[in-house]
Design a binder for this molecule. Structure first.
Ligand code: 5GP
Ligand code: ZN
Length: 110
Protein backbone atom coordinates (compact mmCIF):
# COMPACT_ATOMS: atom_id res chain seq x y z
CA UNK A 1 0.00 0.00 0.00
CA UNK A 2 1.37 3.47 -0.83
CA UNK A 3 2.09 6.04 1.86
CA UNK A 4 -0.91 8.23 0.95
CA UNK A 5 -3.23 5.19 0.98
CA UNK A 6 -1.91 4.57 4.51
CA UNK A 7 -2.82 8.15 5.44
CA UNK A 8 -6.32 7.57 3.99
CA UNK A 9 -6.74 4.40 6.07
CA UNK A 10 -5.26 6.25 9.12
CA UNK A 11 -2.50 3.66 9.38
CA UNK A 12 -0.06 6.53 9.56
CA UNK A 13 -0.90 9.93 11.02
CA UNK A 14 -1.21 13.21 9.15
CA UNK A 15 -2.49 16.68 9.96
CA UNK A 16 -5.78 16.28 8.11
CA UNK A 17 -7.47 19.61 7.43
CA UNK A 18 -10.37 18.35 5.30
CA UNK A 19 -11.92 14.99 4.50
CA UNK A 20 -15.04 13.76 2.76
CA UNK A 21 -16.16 10.49 1.20
CA UNK A 22 -13.86 10.70 -1.83
CA UNK A 23 -11.08 13.16 -1.03
CA UNK A 24 -8.71 14.21 1.71
CA UNK A 25 -6.40 17.17 2.40
CA UNK A 26 -3.50 17.16 4.85
CA UNK A 27 -0.44 19.28 5.57
CA UNK A 28 2.76 18.37 3.74
CA UNK A 29 5.31 16.79 6.09
CA UNK A 30 8.06 18.91 4.54
CA UNK A 31 6.30 22.20 3.81
CA UNK A 32 7.73 24.56 1.21
CA UNK A 33 5.75 27.40 2.78
CA UNK A 34 3.34 28.01 5.64
CA UNK A 35 0.13 26.05 4.99
CA UNK A 36 1.55 23.78 2.26
CA UNK A 37 -1.25 21.25 1.80
CA UNK A 38 -1.70 18.10 -0.29
CA UNK A 39 -5.11 17.23 -1.75
CA UNK A 40 -5.68 13.63 -2.84
CA UNK A 41 -8.41 11.30 -4.05
CA UNK A 42 -8.98 8.55 -1.46
CA UNK A 43 -8.87 5.99 -4.23
CA UNK A 44 -5.39 5.15 -5.47
CA UNK A 45 -4.51 6.47 -8.93
CA UNK A 46 -0.91 6.94 -9.88
CA UNK A 47 -1.30 9.78 -12.36
CA UNK A 48 -3.92 12.34 -13.32
CA UNK A 49 -4.71 10.78 -16.70
CA UNK A 50 -5.90 7.59 -14.92
CA UNK A 51 -8.62 9.49 -13.06
CA UNK A 52 -12.22 9.52 -14.29
CA UNK A 53 -13.60 13.01 -14.96
CA UNK A 54 -16.07 12.78 -12.05
CA UNK A 55 -13.23 12.06 -9.62
CA UNK A 56 -11.28 15.03 -10.99
CA UNK A 57 -14.31 17.27 -10.53
CA UNK A 58 -14.57 16.18 -6.87
CA UNK A 59 -10.87 16.80 -6.34
CA UNK A 60 -11.16 20.31 -7.82
CA UNK A 61 -14.07 21.07 -5.48
CA UNK A 62 -11.95 19.98 -2.54
CA UNK A 63 -9.05 22.14 -3.72
CA UNK A 64 -11.37 25.17 -3.65
CA UNK A 65 -12.64 24.24 -0.18
CA UNK A 66 -9.10 23.88 1.11
CA UNK A 67 -8.17 27.32 -0.24
CA UNK A 68 -11.06 28.70 1.85
CA UNK A 69 -9.94 26.73 4.92
CA UNK A 70 -6.41 28.16 4.56
CA UNK A 71 -7.56 31.79 4.20
CA UNK A 72 -6.95 32.65 7.89
CA UNK A 73 -3.23 32.32 7.08
CA UNK A 74 -3.60 35.58 5.11
CA UNK A 75 -1.60 34.42 2.12
CA UNK A 76 -1.26 36.80 -0.82
CA UNK A 77 -1.52 34.14 -3.55
CA UNK A 78 -0.99 30.45 -4.09
CA UNK A 79 0.49 27.88 -6.45
CA UNK A 80 -1.28 24.65 -7.39
CA UNK A 81 1.29 22.02 -8.42
CA UNK A 82 0.70 18.49 -9.70
CA UNK A 83 3.62 16.25 -10.67
CA UNK A 84 3.14 13.08 -12.73
CA UNK A 85 5.85 10.41 -12.92
CA UNK A 86 9.36 10.61 -11.41
CA UNK A 87 10.78 12.44 -14.43
CA UNK A 88 8.36 15.27 -13.57
CA UNK A 89 9.28 15.21 -9.86
CA UNK A 90 6.59 12.84 -8.56
CA UNK A 91 7.92 11.12 -5.44
CA UNK A 92 4.68 9.62 -4.12
CA UNK A 93 2.89 7.52 -6.77
CA UNK A 94 -0.63 8.54 -5.65
CA UNK A 95 -2.23 11.55 -7.37
CA UNK A 96 -1.88 14.71 -5.28
CA UNK A 97 -2.20 18.43 -5.80
CA UNK A 98 0.10 20.70 -3.82
CA UNK A 99 -1.55 23.87 -2.60
CA UNK A 100 1.29 26.20 -1.74
CA UNK A 101 0.25 29.50 -0.16
CA UNK A 102 2.43 32.44 -1.21
CA UNK A 103 3.32 35.48 0.85
CA UNK A 104 4.86 38.77 -0.26
CA UNK A 105 8.64 38.42 -0.67
CA UNK A 106 8.67 34.70 0.22
CA UNK A 107 11.33 34.10 -2.42
CA UNK A 108 11.99 31.04 -4.51
CA UNK A 109 9.43 28.64 -3.02
CA UNK A 110 8.21 26.71 -6.06
P1 5GP B 1 5.76 14.97 -5.10
O1 5GP B 1 7.21 15.25 -5.24
O2 5GP B 1 5.43 13.51 -5.25
O3 5GP B 1 4.90 15.86 -5.97
O4 5GP B 1 5.38 15.42 -3.63
C1 5GP B 1 5.26 14.53 -2.57
C2 5GP B 1 5.07 15.36 -1.32
O5 5GP B 1 4.61 14.51 -0.31
C3 5GP B 1 6.34 16.03 -0.82
O6 5GP B 1 6.13 17.44 -0.73
C4 5GP B 1 6.55 15.41 0.56
O7 5GP B 1 7.03 16.31 1.52
C5 5GP B 1 5.18 14.88 0.92
N1 5GP B 1 5.18 13.69 1.74
C6 5GP B 1 5.89 12.54 1.54
N2 5GP B 1 5.64 11.63 2.48
C7 5GP B 1 4.72 12.20 3.30
C8 5GP B 1 4.06 11.74 4.50
O8 5GP B 1 4.25 10.63 4.98
N3 5GP B 1 3.20 12.60 5.09
C9 5GP B 1 2.94 13.85 4.58
N4 5GP B 1 2.07 14.63 5.25
N5 5GP B 1 3.55 14.31 3.46
C10 5GP B 1 4.43 13.50 2.84
ZN1 ZN C 1 -2.12 5.22 -2.83
Amino acid sequence: MCIFCKIVSKEIPAKIIYEDEDTMAFLDINPRNRGHTLVIPKKHYETLDEMPDEEMAKLMKTIKKVIEILKPLNFDGYNIVNNNKPVAGQEVPHVHFHIIPRYQNDGDVV
